[in-house]
Ligand binder design. Structure first.
Ligand code: ATP
Ligand code: MG
Length: 329
């Protein structure tokens, strides 16, 4: 089987964008590949976190992976910080990554503008840690949203550079981008992507939002004064709502446009809200059920960390040898 790696940060509460753009695809791909799905808590501390909150969110995220339908017997579901190889490989890859490359990363530019008081080196080398995450497991494919494409390109460049020097050490990974939901935009500013670290709670539908909140946020979603439901760039707010409805119902954007032909924005927004609720409700119920089973989740955490560590070490030993670190005695 080919290998798949992906991960999410335990920062903030997950949004419908994370679900439609990432998690939903993960579940669809999980039979086909040998999968590693990580809760990337080491990435999270590039921005200041309250320790107790981070710990709680990391666990909630891991539980959510399972609730969304990832079987922890078949998929390796684990905390990044439990596998030391991520940090060890990052150091080595740091020495094969250029400042100029990292300087071009748009996420760094965005995040350093947002966290101007804490532009730390970790925020800058974030893409190298991401490269290590992926290369450590010799992943063939990485399902990500479009916002992570630039980082994945860099991962490929680093892998190729390393391979050119030392022979075939790393598998060069391919991106996997789902057809629908690849980029869900903010409900308040359709020029920005929906993001779990957005300060405005009305901009995002959170996976744990109750039905009333979901409906209210959809009702307040920014649209335009065109008063027609068309799927086009000139109407980014409406387009985004069509994308959400489409991803939640499985209907194509064309079908959605036909379905709401001649209807008002009010009616359409209600339908979008209901479609989102029908996706979120079963997910929330399953999370609630799993949260009660502490020993089951603990077992998953322990067994999968060991499994991940085993695969990570195989790559790490090889890399350490290649760069010339002396054998352990
Ligand atoms: P942050 O603001 O903390 O970076 P985020 O919402 O961007 O949060 P990440 O943990 O960076 O979340 O990304 C998790 C996964 O969700 C990635 O695969 C990313 O591509 C995907 N993703 C994030 N936002 C969206 C979105 N708006 N639409 C589709 N996919 C998304
Ligand atoms: Mg992000």
């Amino acid at each position: 089987k080919k290998v798949l790696f992906s991960g999410m940060q335990a920062t903030g509460n997950l949004t419908l964008g994370n679900y439609l753009g990432a998690l939903k695809n993960w579940v669809a791909l999980s039979d086909e590949y040998e999968c590693f799905y990580s809760v990337v808590d080491m990435h999270s501390i590039t921005v200041r976190q309250e320790p107790a909150t981070l710990r709680k969110r990391a666990r909630a995220l891991l539980t959510l992976y399972i609730a969304a339908g990832l079987d922890p017997e078949k998929n390796c579901i684990y905390y990044q910080s439990h596998v030391s190889g991520h940090a060890e490989l990052t150091w080595i890859l740091n020495c094969f990554t250029y400042m100029g490359e990292l300087n071009r990363m748009t996420q760094f530019k965005d995040k350093s503008a947002k966290h101007a008081d804490n532009i730390n080196a970790g925020l800058f080398t974030y893409p190298v840690l991401m490269a290590a995450d992926i290369l450590l497991y010799q992943a063939d494919v990485v399902p990500v949203g479009i916002d992570q494409m630039q980082h994945l390109e860099l991962t490929r460049d680093i892998a190729e550079r390393f391979n050119n020097i030392y022979g075939d050490v790393f598998t060069v990974p391919e991106p996997y981008i789902g057809k629908v939901g690849a980029k869900i935009m903010s409900l308040q500013d359709p020029a920005k992507k929906m993001s779990k670290s957005d300060e405005n709670p009305n901009a995002s539908i959170y996976l744990m939002d109750d039905p009333d909140t979901v409906m209210r946020k959809c009702k307040r979603a920014v649209t335009d004064s065109e008063a027609q439901i068309l799927y086009r760039d000139e109407q980014p707010g409406v387009k985004n709502l069509i994308d959400i409805y489409s991803a939640c119902t499985g209907k194509s954007p064309e079908e959605v446009v036909a379905e709401f032909d001649g209807k008002g924005y009010g009616v359409f927004k209600m339908a979008v809200g209901e479609a989102a609720v029908s996706v979120l409700k079963p997910l929330q119920d399953e999370v609630a059920r799993l949260e009660k089973d502490k020993s089951y989740i603990d077992g998953v955490i322990k067994a999968n960390a060991e499994k991940a560590q085993y695969f990570a070490n195989k790559t790490l030993r090889k890399v350490q040898k290649k760069v010339g670190f002396p054998d352990k005695i």
